[in-house]
Design a protein around this ligand. Sequence first.
Ligand code: AMP
Length: 125
Amino acid sequence: MPIDATQPYDDQNIFAKILRGEIPNRTVYEDEWALAFHDINPQAPEHVLVIPKGAYVCWDDFSAKASDAEIAGFTRAIGHVARELGLLEPGYRLLANAGLDAHQEVPHLHVHIFGGKPLGPMLAR
Ligand code: AMP
């Protein structure tokens, strides 16, 4: 079910539980600002999620409320992960769903990194 991204942060969401170590994940990278792990239901040969350590519902919440250091740290982590996965030369796609029309399912900001094959046009029609 898609979530309403205007609602307050729910600390019982599944990515909050992953950040607290309450449920397992397949970690790709972690630093002070971000955790990156394999998506449980991959939509491409490489499908990694990068999430900020802070409690932000979606991109809107993050861009409005996160500190400059959090935004810089999270953005650099996404770039670092894509680079370390070897995706720069073949190319990759970033996606951050926000709210109902985008079908965001987990109410903790996450950026999808897709790669490992030609991904085709951007939007399904
Ligand atoms: P979105 O529709 O942008 O909210 O995407 C949520 C993503 O989280 C989906 O691609 C799911 O497959 C993924 N996901 C849900 N639960 C887990 C989990 N426990 N570990 C890894 N990925 C997950």
